[in-house]
Write a protein that binds this ligand. Structure first.
Ligand code: ZN
Length: 173
């Protein structure tokens, strides 16, 4: 493939970012590194298209997207599970999507539980529907100080994760 073909193929992929269907179950802990933070920032700065996509993306773990896709500030389309995929299904994200995310501006805001796990789902009578995603959601939502296992400083955890994923990322190249 010539350079032109490769550029065209890359553009086609990044125009629709993180439309993936993970096959494996999610990881126990979210990966919150520079890629996740870039995605959080881009998603918060995104706009909604002037149509409603009638339907949700549902991840293998039960996490649900919003009913409307998003347009990132650079014009790429994505869906509201993009942060979830990066945090919980990193191993199944194609290298080109990871490269595309690494081009987004740096972010510093930590994702909210909703951004990581999607909306809570309940039956009409209010009973919670149990999904695999709810385990990690509850761990993430639990007050950090009441659980000694989660007592590590979030910033320290963030830096450890970042360096680990950076080296894995470079090995791919
Ligand atoms: Zn998932």
């Amino acid at each position: 493939m010539g350079d032109d073909g490769r550029v065209a193929a890359a553009r086609e992929l990044v125009m629709r970012l993180l439309y993936i269907e993970p096959k494996k179950m999610l990881t126990d802990e979210p990966v919150i590194d520079d890629l996740t933070l870039r995605m959080v920032r881009a998603l918060r700065d995104a706009t909604r298209p002037n149509y409603t996509f009638c339907g949700f993306h549902e991840c293998v773990c039960g996490a649900l997207s919003d009913s409307t896709d998003r347009i990132l500030p650079n014009g790429w389309m994505t869906n509201t599970l993009c942060v979830h995929y990066l945090a919980y299904h990193r191993g199944e994200i194609p290298a080109r999507d990871l490269d595309a995310v690494s081009e987004l501006p740096l972010g510093t805001a930590i994702p909210t539980s909703h951004e990581l796990h999607g909306p809570m789902v309940r039956y009409a009578d209010g009973t919670k529907i149990i999904r695999p995603i709810d385990g990690p959601r509850e761990r993430y939502d639990r007050p950090k100080s009441s659980n000694p296992l989660n007592a590590r400083h979030p910033r320290a955890q963030l830096l450890t994760r970042t360096s680990r994923v950076d080296s894995a990322h470079h090995n791919l190249a």
